[in-house]
Ligand binder design. Sequence first.
Ligand SMILES: [Fe+2]
Ligand SMILES: [Fe+2]
Length: 206
Amino acid sequence: MEKVKFTAMKDGDREDYEFLIGHEIDYAAKTGERLLAAMVDLDKSLSGYQVTRLGHSLQAATRAWRDGADTDWVVSALLHDIGDIYAPYNHDEYAATILKPFVREQCAWVVEKHGDFQKLYYAHHVGGNPHSRDAYKGHAYYDDCATFCERWDQNSFDPDYPHEGIEFFRDQVEQVFARKAYDPAVIRAGERVELTDPTIAKERNT
Ligand SMILES: [Fe+2]
Ligand SMILES: [Fe+2]
């Protein structure tokens, strides 16, 4: 069997759907690879900044890596703006949706809210509310999102910052997206991991 027999889903039988499940598993296994390719597309987006969105994303991920952050944080930093391609008005939610089945809840939440937290740095110049983040005051991950924006996001527009290339992050991205989706051992609802680890940072920066 090379293709299913049906042309309307309601006419499919068990053989068709079992066949498709096999295809889906193979396809899903390559999610990390496809996301890395999509990141390269980011290079064409959003002119006007001194760095491209790919450059910005690589800087953010490199800063996370050099801060001693764990894999979930590094991959989240790398992908946090991937939504800029197809969802310019809710790019944060778009990226979080991609990450949610595969990273710690803390990281997916931070990516989902980073757009609001980033407003602190610019919204007052364009008639917006720089304090949008106040809506999340008291949330368990509030400080993590503030740190994410301060240390990795708002400052990653520097054309002179020596960042790693996309290949540096390939193994970590593929490892994250090869995880079992929605695995409670990965999601660890409510659990916080610091963004920075001075001991690991020291090892990575020497
Ligand atoms: Fe963003
Ligand atoms: Fe960003």
